[in-house]
Design a protein around this ligand. Structure first.
Ligand SMILES: Cc1cc2nc3c(=O)[nH]c(=O)nc-3n(C[C@H](O)[C@H](O)[C@H](O)COP(=O)(O)O)c2cc1C
Length: 333
């Protein structure tokens, strides 16, 4: 296998523009990013929610960022596509994977998967007019993993730029394990370039999944990368080592890791300072930082000790002290 293409999945409330930019300053290995989903694109031009830094090309790289929409309304998807295209983006992604009941019960996100006729009508209309690459991120189903069987022939009718599959059903949320064997069985049935997403938590789990799903070469990382921001670099390095005669991509050329603790610490400080600057010093940044720490705690030898120090915090000074104490007192893995 040549070097795999690695992307970072979107996380509402965590992987916003400040996160993506700070992450890129500190870590390598990720080739492509996605915005957390947008909704409510009511206007033909300059929709209000497409005016902020989350999508502003001055704050984002339009070549490597794909904006995502959560919608079942073809006209809204087309409005979104047009405005993203005007901003310079090359691709949009449709979220057909969100499992949260208040979304899925309205037949949005993965809640659309039990309704192939609706999916077909929506895509027919979208592809009549769309003039930008269009990809989909989905699960195996909402209620049952068989739902995707009726959806794949519909996806195959359209020139999707990629299909990202997280092999769980919506009702599971994130419980149980990603069904890698079921993903494998779908590979020969799908026309679009396929991206695997789910439960890549370590170099070892990546290697195991890779073996099962070959020849798939595109992988979306998620919670594993939030927990261990070195993960994409580590995966790229091991792949690079096994490919002796292939040049390593320029984005993978970086200084040796001398001190992981310092790198992690600088990343966390930079992200906090950046968020604080954006929020004009408001303590509301603590919500997003805590959300990240609920994953990042797993980079430390004693995750529960880390989490106990972070979860109860509600003032900036308390947060700053807790972070200093964590990096001073608790070893990273
Ligand atoms: C809090 C949270 C927010 C998420 N937000 C989004 C989102 O906006 N769009 C999306 O496509 N997926 C979203 N996801 C799903 C992740 O991108 C990813 O598909 C999922 O975590 C499975 O991958 P993993 O097992 O590697 O974590 C979210 C997941 C979580 C836990």
């Amino acid at each position: 296998m040549s070097s795999p293409l690695l992307s970072l999945g979107p996380f509402q409330g965590i992987t916003d523009a400040p996160f993506r930019n700070v992450f890129k300053r500190h870590f390598g290995g990720i080739d492509k990013f996605y915005t957390p989903f947008f909704t409510g694109i009511h206007k033909e031009d300059h929709a209000k929610n497409l005016q902020g830094e989350e999508i502003d090309p001055k704050c984002n790289n339009v070549e490597t960022l794909t904006p995502q929409i959560l919608s079942t309304d073809a006209e809204e998807i087309l409005r979104f596509a047009k405005q993203c295209q005007q901003l310079g983006y090359k691709e949009i992604n449709l979220n057909m994977g969100c499992p949260f009941p208040r979304v899925a019960n309205k037949k949005r996100g993965c809640g659309l998967l039990p309704y192939p006729d609706k999916v077909e009508a929506m895509l027919e209309r979208v592809f009549e007019q769309i003039d930008i690459k269009f990809s989909i991120k989905c699960r195996l189903g909402y209620f049952s993993p068989e739902e995707i069987d009726a959806i794949i022939p519909i996806f195959n009718k359209f020139p999707l730029s990629e299909l990202i599959i997280h092999p769980r059903i919506g009702k599971q949320l994130y419980k149980g394990e990603a069904d890698i064997e079921r993903f494998k069985a779908l590979i020969p049935l799908i026309n679009a370039p396929l991206v695997y997403n789910g439960d890549i938590f370590s170099v070892e789990s990546f290697g195991r999944i890779c073996k099962v799903v070959q020849p798939v070469e595109q992988f979306m990382l998620g919670r594993g990368l939030l927990a261990n921001p070195f993960l994409a670099e580590q995966i790229s390095d091991t792949r690079g080592m096994s490919l002796q005669d292939e040049p390593v991509g320029t984005h993978r050329m970086r200084p040796q890791i001398h001190d992981k603790t310092d790198r992690l610490h600088n990343y966390v400080l930079d992200l906090y300072e950046d968020r604080l600057r954006h929020a004009g010093g408001s303590p509301k940044v603590l919500g997003r930082m805590k959300e990240l720490w609920s994953y990042l705690m797993n980079s430390f030898e004693e995750p529960q000790v880390v989490w106990r120090r972070i979860k109860k915090i509600n003032a900036l000074k308390e947060y700053e002290d807790a972070v200093e104490s964590i990096f001073k007192e608790i070893a990273i893995k």
